[in-house]
Design a protein around this ligand. Sequence first.
Ligand SMILES: [Zn+2]
Length: 488
Amino acid sequence: MSNVDYKVEVLVGLEIHVQLCTRTKMFCGCELAFGTEPNSRVCPVCLGMPGSLPVMNKQAVEFSILAGLALNCQIPSFTKWDRKGYYYPDLPKNYQISQYDLPLALNGYIEIPTDNGLKKIRIRRAHLEEDAGKNLHTAGNFSQVDLNRAGTPLLEIVTEPDMSSAIEVRTLAEELQRIVRYLGISEADMQKGHMRFEPNVNLVITRAGQQFKTPIVEVKNLNSFRALENSIDYEIGRQLDRFLETGETMEMGNKSTRGWDDAKEVTVLQREKEEAHDYRYFPDPDLVPVRVNEQWLNEIKSRLRELPSKKRLRYVKEYGLSDYDAGVLTNDRTVADFFEEAVKAGSEPKRACNLLTQIGLKLANARGCAITELGPKAADIAQLAQMTQTGEISATAANTILEEMVKTGKAPRELAEQLNLIQKNDAGELEGIVDEVLKSNPQAAADFKEGGKKSGKARGFLLGQVMQKTKGRANPKIAAEILDKKLA
Ligand SMILES: [Zn+2]
């Protein structure tokens, strides 16, 4: 069947679990830790011992409200904790503390850049819950459980099905990663499972004036942007093929869940004909409800900072940077702050941007550290940038000097002198050199004077000779001016 016969619209909603970087767990005093000895961060509360009582982690609630505010959500003044039935060994209480009907944040939106400008994706809700531990099946013919992760605060964010391609979903997920990092509420390290995604995918197919919806598929537990994007692309193709083959459409109860096989790059059926789960939610009698009064809310609001998308637009407007440059600089808050500090210290924005994006980020990546940990301060970057602004050194020399600054910890001017990179800006001195070059290259000088085809080439050659004679240290702009004047 050809594509002309039908039209396909893709609908994707996303659930995102974000692990918050509080010091301790959601309802007990155990420290959050990654990669420590199994079951070394546990206590009677997160082990679900009878008689132990949970105590709410206030910082986790504040982090969640901060995220809600950043996602333009309403923050209700009253929320509560609910128990959700959960009978697996990785959460020994036999229930998970979550939020059912009264989440901490609801009805917000996030804007993502698309080819057709900014697109608003609605956020249905964001609620706080505790994570489960990990079942390990690596010990031969029995299973083990590590409860270090049990009780870790998780923020679950749920969007409406407003995304219409895999790339839009990926863009949203990446934007969300930037936002939580900017807010300082999560490290959002994918490798450590700090962000996990579950997209809901289905299609609306229009054929012969009739609309058909394919059954919704939820892809479970994706922990990389790549898996997120690829699994959705795969589902789009699979659902379309299946519809064309069987004509099956969405009905009550034919929603299914699938897993992602990273090696084979396919989704695999996990559960079919999923009924509405009865989790037997009920308010947790051990925890008091959360009342968010205006004073507390305002205090949290005051901690909101400029978010990456706003910053990106401002960099383009205020500093005249390209979309691309603005994107690279604002990707990481540390880099953006460092850049702005350099600009405040007197660097032209574009020069600081070039130094940081062409050299700084490369060196930081190679060393696996933050740009602020490389050594040079923002004021040093500004000084280096100013030296290129005044023509004291060339842009290429500035890059070399920055690399040396990182290696040696020396100041820009000291290195420029030591490496003989100060440009010859002295017009008198350069004039003498230009004269010498003209004298020893009479043919090129004549070609240049004559004009026409050969002229441009001859000019380039003569300038090259001047640069060679000065070992690349002639200020090319001044050298060219002198040359043009002499041969005019
Ligand atoms: Zn504990």
